[in-house]
Write a protein that binds this ligand. Structure first.
Ligand SMILES: CC(C)(COP(=O)(O)OP(=O)(O)OC[C@H]1O[C@@H](n2cnc3c(N)ncnc32)[C@H](O)[C@@H]1OP(=O)(O)O)[C@@H](O)C(=O)NCCC(=O)NCCS
Length: 186
C-alpha cells in the first residue's frame, strides 16, 4: 500500500529535496536546470516562507519475515514559496510559488495538487500575506485559482505564463521581482 503525507521541510531534508528537484526538472520544458540551486539559495537566505515535502510511504507484508510489515519512506515531492517584491509596492505581502517538483515516477497521482493546496493554505495563514504569483503552464495552475493578470508583470516572460492569485483585495498593477536566489547557478 502506498500513502502520501505532507509535512514542512525538516533539517536533513535538503539533499533529498535537491535530488527530487533535479529528477523532476531533468526533462521539463522551459527549465533552466538550476532549480535545485534556487531552492538551496532560498534556504541559505532564509527566504523559504513555505517549504513542504510530500512523503511517500510504501508498506508491504514480507512473507519471509512472518508477515512483518516493511515500510519504505521517501520524499516524492517538494514545493517552495518565497517573498517577491512588487513595484510600486502594494499594501500587504506578495509571494512567489516555485519551484514545485514531483519525482517523475510519482507524477500524475495528485501529489502536485496536494502540495499546491497545502502550500497555499500555509501561505494564506502567514500574517500580512495578500497574494501569490507563479510562472508556469496555465493548463495546470488555473485549477488552483491562478490567472494571468495583464497589469502585473514579470519582465522577460510571456505574459500568459505569469499568473497571480489574490487572497484578499484586487491583484495590484506593477512589476514583480523574485529573490536574487533565482539567479543561483551552483
Ligand atoms: C508540475 C508537477 C509538479 C505536477 O505534479 P503532479 O503530481 O504530476 O500533478 P498532479 O497529479 O496533481 O496533476 C496531474 C495533472 O497535471 C497536468 N500537468 C502536469 N504537468 C503539467 C505541465 N507542465 N503542463 C500542463 N499540465 C501539466 C497533468 O497533465 C495532469 O492533468 P489532468 O489532471 O488533467 O490529468 C510535476 O509534473 C513536475 O514535477 N513536473 C516537472 C517539474 C515542473 O515542471 N514543475 C513546474 C514548474 S515550477
Amino acid at each position: 500500500m502506498t500513502t502520501i503525507h505532507l509535512r514542512p521541510e525538516l533539517p536533513g531534508d535538503a539533499p533529498a529535496i535537491e535530488a527530487v528537484t533535479v529528477a523532476a526538472f531533468e526533462h521539463a520544458q522551459h527549465s533552466s536546470h538550476t532549480e535545485q540551486f534556487i531552492v538551496r539559495a532560498l534556504r541559505e537566505r532564509g527566504q523559504l516562507a513555505v517549504s513542504l515535502v510530500a512523503m511517500e510511504r510504501r508498506t508491504e507484508v514480507d512473507g519471509d519475515l512472518d508477515g512483518e510489515v516493511q515500510g519504505i519512506e521517501q520524499i516524492a515531492g517538494h514545493v517552495a514559496i518565497s517573498p517577491v517584491t512588487v513595484d510600486p509596492a502594494p499594501a500587504g505581502g506578495w509571494y512567489g510559488l516555485g519551484p514545485i517538483s514531483v519525482l517523475p515516477s510519482c507524477q500524475g497521482k495528485s501529489i502536485g495538487a496536494q502540495l499546491m493546496r497545502q502550500a497555499l493554505a500555509q501561505l494564506r495563514a502567514l500574517p500580512g500575506t495578500v497574494g501569490c504569483v507563479l510562472l508556469g503552464e496555465p493548463a495546470y495552475y488555473t485549477r488552483f485559482g491562478f490567472r494571468a493578470e495583464p497589469a502585473l508583470v514579470l519582465p522577460g516572460v510571456p505574459p500568459e505564463y505569469f499568473m497571480a492569485l489574490a487572497f484578499t483585495g484586487p491583484v495590484p498593477a506593477g512589476t514583480v521581482q523574485y529573490s536574487d536566489a533565482f539567479e543561483a547557478k551552483a
